[in-house]
Design a protein around this ligand. Structure first.
Ligand code: NAD
Length: 501
């Protein structure tokens, strides 16, 4: 049992509060470490470090910043396996999945390497006679990132590489369930040459987050997690006149049109519903079967769910690992019970799973419901586990209406062989990220990631162009240099609104 630390001012720092959270190995159910929860002194130390490092970092030449980012990219590459193992040890997901999510995070660092280009402003000559105007991007200051348990490296990497590339300093408050990978990410950034205080990791819980938001020197807040917390953080930060982007939960539908390739659609559903044990904000948890496709689809799906290889994440034969905690396992099982009581047809029941040697692990087998209806809790609420529900509809209009009426709007996908059906779906559906014959349409780092409706609070998505906008403030300059002495060109004061024409 080890006690973890914070990472403040360029080094690991022991927590002083005496408050801790427990870290578990989800495959065995064993407690493996304790993570300190920051108190007011720790918070002050982190904000002091970030605020102290800000002026010099904001003034660091772009080429120098980019050079550090390139070195960081190289170090992350060298340490891929170590980081992926840290992810699996605390989250439980299978190692190949941990590698994939790390890769997606590294791609944001690659995008951030282009910071000299990304931070260019705009310039217009002759907006008036002899007058030029331009905009320049300035860092916003000390930025705060609060991240969920399900992506210990990728979600933090949606935030801090871009914030730091833009000249800000950063405090990351990772999920208290999976903090080790974040501490290592910070150490590697230091090793790459990042000055002390530019990137800090402060561990803690909800109370830590609230105190950080209230800190007057924290200027911007990026949050990813569940919808109730996202909304509360958005309100708290906005009340204090800070810029906030808060990404929330999801309930993603995959529509199987009658002309879809059944095998392809079923494989896509299996990968996106049961990958990472369904603990992904882009997981598909609802299959919308249009018309006659329902019966054959459920049959193929049931067969594939029964054959899922479930086991510890470090076993190369495992396709799906455990859930994050005993409490979450109980919650997800509760949803399966509620689905049965509510009248949905439980075609595959994963509740009885027992793995030899891992009896205390937080495992649940894949569960498949048919004949789910929109009034059921298993349809309306985010389950965040390996539970897929099939809902049957008569036509595409009803499929789109269902998705649009749902409270969440993160991702969706359609499987079809008809271009017009696909185009119509993409244009009409009220969702932030859409896939066509692609099950998990997670945008690349150079596009922005985010949902609509109750999956996002705030106007801007993360990374891509929105990330640069979020982490910079615009200053627009209008400038004239008269040829003659000002006194000679002045035609007197003009009290009207200048038009420059
Ligand atoms: P969570 O909301 O419980 O926790 C997220 C973070 O908020 C953690 O760091 C936690 O310490 C902190 N927190 C908890 N309670 C708080 C409080 N009262 N005040 C302030 N901060 C608090 O989420 P989770 O269980 O870690 O992650 C799963 C959720 O995250 C799911 O709902 C999932 O859909 C969502 N998620 C969304 C996206 C997205 O891009 N939209 C991505 C990944 C995960």
């Amino acid at each position: 049992m080890t006690d973890l630390t914070h990472f403040i001012g360029g080094s690991r720092v022991t927590g002083r509060s005496g408050r801790f959270g427990d870290i578990f190995n989800p495959a065995t159910g064993e407690r493996t470490a304790r993570v300190p929860f920051a108190d007011a002194d720790d918070i002050k130390a982190a904000v002091d470090a970030a605020a102290g490092a800000l002026p010099a970092w904001a003034a660091t030449p772009l080429g120098k910043r980019a050079e550090i980012m390139f070195r960081y990219r190289a170090l992350l590459d060298v340490h891929r396996d170590e980081l992926a193992r840290l992810i699996t040890a605390e989250h439980g997901k299978v190692l190949s999945d941990a590698h994939g999510s790390l890769q997606r995070g590294i791609e944001v660092v690659e995008f951030a390497c282009g910071l000299p280009h990304l931070l260019k402003g705009e310039l217009s000559k002759n907006v008036g006679t002899g007058v030029d105007s331009w905009s320049q991007r300035h860092p916003v200051g000390v930025c705060l990132g609060i991240t969920p348990f399900n992506f210990p490296t990728m979600v933090p990497m949606w935030m801090y590489p871009l914030a730091i590339a833009c000249g800000n300093t950063f405090i990351l408050k990772p999920s208290e369930k999976v903090p080790s990978a974040a501490l290592r990410l910070a150490e590697l950034f230091s090793e790459a040459g990042l000055p002390p205080g530019v990137f800090n990791v402060l561990n803690g819980d909800g109370a830590t987050v609230e105190a950080l938001i209230d800190e007057p020197r924290v200027a911007a807040i990026s949050f990813v997690g569940s919808t109730p917390i996202a909304e509360a953080i958005y309100r708290r930060g906005s009340d204090r006149a800070k810029r906030v982007q808060a990404l929330g939960g999801a309930k993603n539908h995959l529509v199987v049109a009658p002309d879809a390739d059944l095998e392809q659609a079923a494989d896509a559903l299996i990968g996106s519903a049961y990958g990472s044990a369904g603990e992904r904000c882009m997981a598909i948890s609802v299959a919308v079967a249009v018309g006659a496709v329902a019966d054959p689809l459920v049959k193929v799906l049931a067969d594939k769910v029964r054959r899922l290889r479930i086991g510890p994440g470090l076993d190369p034969d495992s396709e799906m690992g455990p859930l994050i905690s005993a409490a979450h396992l109980a919650k997800v099982r509760g949803y399966v019970d509620a689905g049965v009581q509510g009248g949905a047809d439980l075609v595959v029941d994963g509740r009885a799973i027992k793995l030899q040697g891992f009896e205390n692990g937080f495992f649940l087998g894949g569960c498949l419901f048919d004949r789910v209806t929109p009034d059921m809790a298993i349809y309306r609420e985010e389950i965040f586990g390996p539970v897929l529900g099939v809902i049957r509809v008569d036509d595409m209009d009803r499929a789109i209406q269902l998705i649009d009426e749902h409270a969440y709007g993160n991702g969706t996908a359609i499987f079809t062989r008809n271009g017009e059906t696909a185009r119509n779906f993409v244009d009409r559906v009220q969702i932030g990220m859409v896939g066509v014959n692609v099950p998990i349409p997670v945008p690349m780092a150079y596009y922005s990631f985010g949902g609509w409706k109750r999956s996002l609070f705030g106007p801007l998505h993360v990374h891509g162009a929105d990330g640069i906008r979020f982490y910079t403030r615009t200053k627009t300059v209008t400038q004239r240099w008269p040829h003659q002495e000002p006194s000679q060109v002045s035609s007197g004061a003009n009290l009207s609104m200048p038009t420059m024409r």
